[in-house]
Ligand binder design. Structure first.
Ligand code: C2E
Ligand code: CA
Ligand code: CA
Length: 285
């Protein structure tokens, strides 16, 4: 069941067959991903974010999608952590942002685009420069871009993260705090760091109807956002009853399968054409 190998530093390491198989699989995904990124094969998909009262779409979150010839569809929950760990997240992220801003350029001008940044990108001082260079090249207005970061992303090196965020903010990019309420939440962070928006994690939304603590936590988060002047979006809304309850609590923004699943650039443009048909904005697309 076990076998031993000498590591690079000469230490003897004991592996199980399962560990060995898992390591091989990660390496296979890493190699396929490197190839896909150089070939430009990772695609942005877009999920609508709506105003919960009017149900109008106010923006879209960019979510990376990758289908490999041999491996098939690999979900971001698998390839993003591997990209981070193996140093591919920078080029991957630049590819997806370039394609996303090229697609979003032809959307109505009042819609924003949000984009996820990984923790390791917030310790790399080139991140800001790369983002600005892409916006310059694609001609996308930085005031329409939001970056989503998690608290984990701020913990590694808060000073470095702050500097990157400040550089982006200077040109009008907004910053939102993703997955709020999970992981290493610290309310202290909200004092030190100004966020334009907070995204309430899906875990609270999915249990809002059957669990009193979730309800109270959501209400407390909404009150806090109001006091701190932050916009708020509830994530993972899947049914009308959840949406109704959130509206009742005064939550302004929502995202989830109820309003739309992530879709590719063409489908998103089609969706916008349909929902804006006959509306004042029709000229814009
Ligand atoms: P996230 O940033 O929290 O993104 C939201 C995730 O929830 C997405 O999963 C989305 O498809 C899913 N989702 C949206 N609405 C619903 C719903 O109503 N019900 C349920 N069950 N799920 C919903 P996805 O696309 O699989 O992405 C997973 C994570 O991978 C993202 O979580 C984000 O952390 C990361 N990710 C995706 N694309 C990128 C990227 O381009 N860059 C980076 N750094 N991370 C990315
Ligand atoms: Ca996100
Ligand atoms: Ca999230």
């Amino acid at each position: 069941l076990y076998h031993a190998k000498r590591s690079g530093r000469g230490r003897v390491v004991v592996y199980t067959r399962e560990m060995e198989e898992a390591a091989k699989r990660v390496t296979r995904i890493e190699q396929a991903l490197r190839r896909a990124v150089s070939a430009g094969e990772v695609e942005p998909h877009f999920q609508p974010i709506v105003d919960l009262n009017s149900r109008r779409t106010i923006g879209f979150e960019t979510l990376a999608r990758w289908t490999d010839r041999d491996l098939g569809v690999v979900p971001p929950s698998v390839f993003i952590p591997i990209a981070e760990e193996r140093g591919i997240i920078g080029p991957l992220s630049q590819l997806v942002l370039r394609k996303a801003t090229e697609a979003a350029r032809s959307w109505p001008k009042d819609l924003f685009l949000s984009f996820n940044l990984s923790p390791s990108q917030l310790v790399d001082q080139n991140t800001g420069l790369h983002i600005l260079a892409i916006l310059e090249r694609t001609g996308f207005d930085p005031r329409r871009l939001e970056i989503e970061i998690t608290e984990t992303g701020l913990m590694n090196d808060p000073a470095s993260a702050e500097k990157i965020v400040e550089d982006l903010r200077r040109v009008g990019i907004r910053v939102s705090l993703d997955d709020f309420g999970t992981g290493q939440s610290s309310l202290g962070r909200l004092r030190e760091f100004h966020f334009d928006k907070l995204k309430i994690d899906r875990a609270f939304v999915s249990s809002i109807l059957d669990d009193r603590p979730s309800e109270h936590i959501i209400r407390a988060i909404l009150a806090m956002c109001e006091g701190l002047g932050m916009d708020v979006v509830a994530e993972g809304i899947e049914d009308e009853a959840q949406a109704d309850r959130l509206v009742q609590f005064g939550c302004a923004g929502g995202q989830g399968y109820l309003f739309g699943k992530p879709a590719d650039a063409d489908a998103t443009l089609g969706y916008l054409r349909d929902s804006y048909r006959g509306a004042l904005h029709a000229k814009a697309i």
